[in-house]
Design a protein around this ligand. Sequence first.
Ligand SMILES: [Zn+2]
Length: 165
Amino acid sequence: MTGASGPKTTDCIFCTTSEPGRDELILVRGRVSYVILNLYPYNNGHLMVVPNRHIATLASMTADEQAEVMRLTRHAEIALTEAYAPQGLNIGINLGKPAGAGVLDHLHVHLVPRWNGDTNFMTAIAETRVLPEDLKSSAAKLRPIFERLSREEDAENAKIAEKKI
Ligand SMILES: [Zn+2]
């Protein structure tokens, strides 16, 4: 299901999430993309929206991928707001090493919940990245919200389809 029409590398952390034991961090899977918690988060709730295909740039995205990645980014904003009530959110894409990309050739959108005054905290923990909440708790909190948002959206689309008939 991943990388159906694109090259897939076995050492890419975003291409190997369907392997056994790698599912714990996945929050939701769409048709052409998915949402995953960052294994080395900068803050509680740090997650990423990732296209299934091993592509490096926005330029390489299909219309389907563009639409779904934005849709899941919207769901992520809603889910993080509900679960963590952050005072701000960083949403961004780093392309290339000088721009700070950790995984260079597989595009991903970061969402990082932010709170007033957390910059010092983040700098202090940057080396060890020890966080008060473990990733399993984050997943348990966020996954049901993503599932609910998908259900609500399906129901909404069904209503729209009905009206068109
Ligand atoms: Zn990849």
